[in-house]
Ligand binder design. Structure first.
Ligand code: SAH
Ligand code: F3S
Length: 491
């Protein structure tokens, strides 16, 4: 719509005010999955071009953005509490604006702005490029909402501004959305249909990270194994792709190989894998390249075939075990982690026993375990009554967590006596004189700092462990360090 002259003048004076004030300050908070943290870096980049610098200090902020999660009710409640806090601050700092991004923005749409009036702006996960316009609308006192989901947007052309970075590990998103429609999951509704990012823009980002000194990347997607680049567009439209597009398409194992070869000194991780889409080729590519870390996050959700079917997980537990057997055969020292939901509708004690048996079969290195939370609009919410009483859900979850804890211990003990390559990330939380890093399996390792520094690959002898942490002593720098490779070459 055309602007009236009055609106234009008001806009211009606001612009002037912005320039006179210098840069405006953005305070951004992220909740939920790694993808949200990665998206916030894209948002910070888009807003840097609009004259916003980021601040870690809420008191300095002119604009607060909350990148939200809808996966469980509890995640939404946490965000609501934060929004109340920001609203309270607005009472004595009226110029402060608050925007909500991400999955809650997409799920609740206009509700937060119009009915609840607790935010000034609502932006869904595919609409971040519209932020400059939305901020102008908000500044001019109009409703600023964009929750349109896209068929193409992957933000492949945006160089993220790294937030809260240790300068060592970075997130690189490779797909957006999800087509799997697990019946309990809100993600397909909030993040839309699945699409993959151009592999060359991924390589460009990885090369740039390497040049900036980063040593480890995690390729991110709701379902990375489903990655498929055929020139852009939705995954579901691949069937309509031309012969040429199909002949040159890149799948996840192809992408992994491209990235591994492009930066042999960089550690490569990825998350999340979906059992129904993970191929043997992916496992073989991991085996082929030393720099692809031996860790697979492979959510199982339940050990019961009946529940898996109701969840619309498109595999049986036997097929899942076959995949695990293949991983063990091809990558004997690969760590495997899980997600499990306790108390899905109709779950019985027998189903619970199947889940505990699955845990016993795999003996996961670690896991993330949740109480089922009914999400409005999902198929599970529409079709099944949330009928497992809370105390039974809780008790079953406690049983799962207790068994997982035993397995964590069993797995960390397997590392005792080994010499493992650790990438140093930061000072240990428990001791100023110790470094914290991770081995390729993603287990935390702590050891005395000596003369090593953040970003070094170090060989560490593992002497002790708890159920979550390996404790050791460095015995030397690893030959993975580029400076050492150079020294060797010079000798
Ligand atoms: N593929 C995604 C999964 C997103 S959700 C990824 O990249 O991680 C992460 C985990 O949350 C799921 O694997 C599932 O175990 C859990 N989850 C999803 N919806 C849930 C719900 N309604 N209640 C409880 N847990 C849920
Ligand atoms: Fe959700 Fe299942 Fe996709 S858990 S993100 S619908 S793979």
């Amino acid at each position: 719509m055309e602007k009236t002259i009055d609106e234009s003048i008001q806009g211009a004076s606001l612009l002037l005010e912005k320039n006179e004030m210098g840069q405006r300050k953005l305070y951004i908070e992220s909740y939920g999955c790694a993808m949200n943290f990665s998206d916030s870096e894209i948002v910070a980049s888009i807003l840097a071009n609009e004259g916003f610098s980021t601040t870690q200090n809420l008191e300095d902020a002119d604009l607060v953005l909350v990148n939200t999660c809808s996966i469980r009710e509890k995640a939404e409640l946490t965000v609501r509490k934060r929004l109340e806090k920001f609203n309270a601050i607005k009472k004595h700092r009226p110029h402060l604006k608050v925007g909500v991004l991400g999955c809650m923005a997409e799920r609740l749409k206009h509700q937060l702005l119009e009915e609840e009036k607790i935010v000034d702006m609502v932006v869904g996960p595919d609409a971040y490029k519209d932020l400059p316009n939305l901020i102008q609308e908000m500044d001019e006192g109009r409703d600023a909402v964009n929750v349109v989901l896209s068929k193409e947007e992957t933000y492949g052309d945006i160089a993220p501004v790294r937030l809260n970075t240790n300068g060592v590990s970075a997130l690189v998103s490779i797909t957006r959305g999800c087509d799997n429609m697990c019946t309990f999951c809100v993600v397909p509704f909030t993040r839309g249909r699945e699409r993959s990012r151009d592999p060359y823009s991924i390589l460009e980002e990885v090369n740039d990270l390497w040049n900036k000194g980063f040593k480890e990347i995690t390729l991110l997607g709701q379902n990375v194994d489903s990655y498929l680049w055929y020139g852009g567009g939705l995954k579901k439209d691949y069937v309509k792709a031309s012969k040429m597009q199909k002949a040159t398409a890149v799948d996840f194992s192809g992408l992994l190989e491209m990235v591994a070869l492009a930066q042999p000194g960089m550690r490569i991780r990825f998350s999340t894998s979906n059992p129904q889409d993970m191929t043997l080729n992916v496992i073989k590519t991991m085996a082929k390249h030393d720099n692809i870390c031996n860790h697979i996050h492979l959510p199982v959700q339940s050990g019961s075939n009946r529940i898996l079917k109701q969840m619309n997980r498109l595999h049986t537990i036997e097929e899942y075990f076959e995949l695990i057997d293949n991983v063990r055969k091809i990558l004997p020292d690969c760590a495997i982690s899980q997600d499990i939901i306790s108390g899905f509708p109709t779950e019985t004690e027998e189903d619970q026993q199947d889940t505990l048996a699955a845990l016993e079969y795999v003996k996961y290195d670690f896991g993330y375990m949740y109480l089922y939370s009914e999400r409005p609009g999902t198929k599970a919410a529409r079709k099944f009554k949330d009928d497992v009483p809370p105390e039974i859900k809780q008790r079953r979850l406690a049983e799962i967590i207790a068994l997982q804890r035993e397995h964590c211990k069993y797995r960390t003990e397997e590392h005792l006596g080994n010499i493992e390559e650790v990438l140093i990330e930061t000072t240990s939380k428990k001791s100023e004189v110790q470094w914290m890093g991770r081995n390729p399996q993603n287990t935390v390792v702590v050891f005395p700092k000596e003369n090593y520094k953040i970003g070094d690959f170090v060989k560490v002898k593992i002497n002790e462990c708890t159920s979550a942490t390996l404790i050791g002593k460095a015995i030397g720098i690893s030959d993975k360090n580029p400076q050492l490779a150079l020294t060797n070459a010079q000798l």
